[in-house]
Design a protein around this ligand. Structure first.
Ligand SMILES: Nc1ncnc2c1ncn2[C@@H]1O[C@H](COP(=O)(O)OP(=O)(O)O)[C@@H](O)[C@H]1O
Ligand SMILES: O=C(O)[C@@H](O)C(=O)COP(=O)(O)O
Length: 426
């Protein structure tokens, strides 16, 4: 039998976030890094496969190409429904990539309608009257307005998505989602008749997501943050379980790589520094000037790893990031930092790090690729949306790794995560 749910995630932290919610809802999930090459073994005993792409901030045509390759693979694995996962803060620009990828998947699946909702109430992301809230404030008033690659300045998702797609975008509002799945289906029929191709769906609670999940049973494509995953597995009879969260015992040294510049990560770095633990700051301007910053970082690690965790971070305040971007360009600065942190991660693993926290979606993509990881097993949840995972390194060793979305996790995440690993997995 093939898989039930085939998922395409536009970044790596987002992929583990989605896999985590599916596992908690009772599915056996395999997470793959990029589309497997032809001839690669197919996962067995999986109810869902999540393919993690790094397609959020690449040119739209590249994101579409990668997503369609993932779709082809998932369909050949038997997926009955496709889930396009993007960020709970709807990270995108007028050029995409949420709109173009959604349209391309719809065309390839021959479907004329899908829903879109980034709601993830467990992490404070709610959608009301089509407007996205982050905690108590509108998206445009949250730290996302300063995101280095996808600044979000309009909280009205109907207009944000409308600017990225040729299809008409409608709204399934809370008065409908708050009722039941039948009411949602009736609203979908109405929107279809009016010519809409995509509907932003309100959701302010997990109950809303459960109702939405039931309403989209059988819909060829759904698009969402990870929240909708709470409501989908029940469509195939899955019930919540902890059985899927078993990982092998951890070993080796501990380190944290942080390339996220989000508000939550800034707080986590400050908290780590406050405890007086060892930390090395990666300065993009020094890297750009040709200095061997990754070499220095690894020299710093040598004597300190045994008593880790050791933190390596480029995390800075929005003002400092703007200064760097003005000098180097936003995309160039991002790439430079990602490349440097990925090199540090490679060196750390060579020096015996086997428990690694990575903060930031783009950063996680760069690190996981550099380490040659091709798949992840999902383990216990540290904070909503962030699980520990286990990966096989190319040499055969196991690496325990967690990919922390920039805005997720409590202030003590960089140490609490290791404490949880000790408690739950050892
Ligand atoms: N000090 C810095 N100056 C400029 N850009 C930076 C700096 N630190 C990190 N970046 C870049 O900012 C981007 C952060 O994105 P990401 O890793 O996805 O974090 P988040 O999950 O918070 O969005 C990455 O491309 C990263 O390389
Ligand atoms: O949906 C979310 O918020 C996360 O799963 C996610 O995609 C995070 O992306 P980054 O903030 O770039 O880590």
């Amino acid at each position: 039998m093939g898989i039930r749910l085939g998922c395409v995630a536009d970044d790596f932290t987002g992929a583990t976030d989605l896999a985590n919610n599916l596992v908690r809802a009772g599915m056996r999930v395999v997470q793959l890094i990029d589309v497997p090459p032809p001839g690669a073994e197919r996962p067995v005993d999986a109810d869902a496969v999540v393919i993690a792409l790094k397609s959020r901030t690449v040119p739209a045509a590249d994101a579409v190409g990668a997503s369609l390759r993932a779709l082809t693979w998932l369909r050949s694995a038997g997926a009955e429904q496709i889930y396009f996962k993007y960020c709970s803060t709807f990270d995108s620009t007028p050029a995409g990539n949420i709109g173009p990828v959604t349209e391309a998947l719809m065309d390839a699946l021959g479907t004329d309608f899908t829903i879109a909702t980034p709601a993830f109430p467990d992490n404070g992301r709610t959608v009301f009257k089509g407007h996205l809230f982050v905690g108590d404030v509108l998206l445009s008033a949250s730290g996302m307005r300063d995101h280095p690659l996808t600044p979000m300045t309009d909280p009205n998702l109907v207009s944000v998505l409308g600017a990225q797609t040729t299809r008409a975008v409608g709204l399934i509002d809370h008065t409908v989602v708050g009722r039941d799945a039948t009411a949602v289906r009736a609203r979908i029929d109405e929107l279809r008749e009016q010519g809409a191709g995509i509907a932003i769906a309100d959701a302010v609670s997990n109950d809303d997501l459960v109702r939405l999940g039931a309403a989209v049973r059988g819909m060829p494509l759904v698009t969402a943050g990870s929240g909708l995953a709470i409501g989908l597995p029940a469509n195939w009879g899955f019930t919540p379980s902890h059985a899927a969260a078993q990982l092998p015992p951890p070993g080796g040294h501990r380190a944290v790589i942080s390339g996220s510049v989000s508000a939550a990560t800034n707080q986590q770095v400050q908290e780590f520094l406050r405890t007086g633990r060892p930390a090395f700051s990666v300065d993009p301007l020094r890297v750009a000037a040709g200095e061997d910053v990754s070499g220095e970082a690894l020299a710093f690690a040598e004597a300190r790893l045994a008593a880790g965790p050791v933190l390596f971070y480029s995390t800075e305040t929005p003002e400092a990031v703007r200064t760097v971007q003005t000098r180097l360009g936003a995309a160039e600065a991002g790439e430079l930092v990602e490349r440097t942190l990925a090199r540090v991660a490679e060196g750390l693993v060579r020096r015996g790090v086997r428990q690694l926290v990575v903060a930031g979606g783009e950063t996680s993509g760069a690190v996981v690729r550099a380490l040659g990881i091709t798949g992840l097993r999902i383990g216990p949840q540290i904070d909503p949306g962030v699980p520990w995972c286990a990966a096989a390194l190319p040499g055969g060793d196991t690496l325990h790794i967690t990919l922390k979305s920039g805005n997720f996790g409590g202030p003590g995440f960089f140490t609490d995560s290791f404490a949880l690993l000790d408690r739950e997995v050892s």
